[in-house]
Design a protein around this ligand. Structure first.
Ligand SMILES: Nc1ncnc2c1ncn2[C@@H]1O[C@H](COP(=O)(O)OP(=O)(O)O)[C@@H](O)[C@H]1O
Ligand SMILES: [Mg+2]
Length: 267
């Protein structure tokens, strides 16, 4: 069993450039075993932050990318048929609760609400998980913690989290890192010089001002890193920005022109 857990250990420190007091806050929630919700747009660092914190706290990390086809059994577990008959297999949530890992449910609103409620009993004081099919009431390991990520931006009312789910979590808001910080992140992640990183940050800021004026979302830190990596790989900066930023964020020709013009003022 130890070996199975080893697979989920974060052994190399994931790079995290602190932006505020997020490390301290997450650590306090961990100490108190309060479930944590990370809120913010896609590509702003939520997943990287959890990886970093799992490493810092020395806990294995079990990540589940949520989607709407996911069932409660996918999270909790099921009986499998094999040559010797049936055998129970823990799902990722059960595995994490049993062995004391951090369970990270990425983009939790993508899951259907009847799936999401499977986490409720683990997030009350009792910290239990009823495995009904197996007839087991699992008491969570003392080091188990549940973390979810959630992008409040483009959800319809139908696809929002229930209040009964939301209210079980302490929430941390993530946004785009402030200019100089984001430039440092780009330089580190893409291996580019700070001048190029600074220009990409300016283009990012420009695009973020267009949010709600033709763009649903601004260019993310992740996209800026992609542009930086293409530049690092020898692609001309304008072409790199078209490919990694402009063409991926919009299908609208006018918007594309506006963004290309922003790119051209810097590169
Ligand atoms: N504060 C930060 N420190 C280090 N890297 C960061 C930071 N913020 C964002 N990143 C970078 O941005 C990329 C995208 O972030 P990610 O965690 O995948 O976003 P999310 O999970 O919010 O969609 C990461 O792979 C990482 O390279
Ligand atoms: Mg993520």
């Amino acid at each position: 069993m130890k070996d199975m857990l080893d697979e989920f250990r974060v052994t190399d420190a994931p790079f995290w450039r602190q932006t505020s007091d997020e490390v301290e806050l997450f650590t306090a929630a961990w100490d108190a075993r309060i479930p944590v919700m990370l809120k913010g747009p896609t590509g702003c660092g939520k997943t990287r932050f959890v990886e970093h914190m799992a490493w810092r706290l020395g806990r294995p990390l079990v990540t589940v990318a949520c989607n709407e086809d996911m069932t409660a059994s996918d999270l909790v577990g099921r009986y499998l048929l094999d040559a010797d008959g049936t055998r129970w297999q823990d799902g990722p949530l059960t595995f994490a609760a049993r062995h004391g890992a951090i369970c990270y449910l990425d983009e939790v609103v993508e899951a259907r609400q009847d799936t999401t409620v499977a986490i409720h009993p683990l997030t009350d004081d009792r910290r239990v998980l009823p495995l009904e099919k197996k007839g087991e009431l699992l008491q969570a390991h003392p080091d188990f913690l549940i973390v979810i990520s959630y992008n409040p931006g483009y959800q319809s009312l139908m696809k929002d989290l229930k209040q009964s789910t939301k209210q079980r979590f302490a929430a941390m808001n993530f946004t785009w890192p402030e200019g100089e910080t984001e430039a440092e992140i780009l330089a580190h992640e893409a291996g580019i010089d700070s001048e190029t990183a600074g220009k990409l940050v300016e283009i990012g800021a420009r695009s973020r001002n267009l949010k709600g004026h033709g763009l649903d979302e601004g260019v993310s830190t992740r996209m800026l890193i992609h542009a930086g990596r293409l530049i690092k790989g020898g692609i001309a900066p304008r072409a790199a920005c078209s490919m990694a930023l402009v063409n991926s964020i919009t299908d609208d020709p006018d918007m594309r022109d506006a963004l290309d013009a922003a790119v051209a003022t810097w590169f």
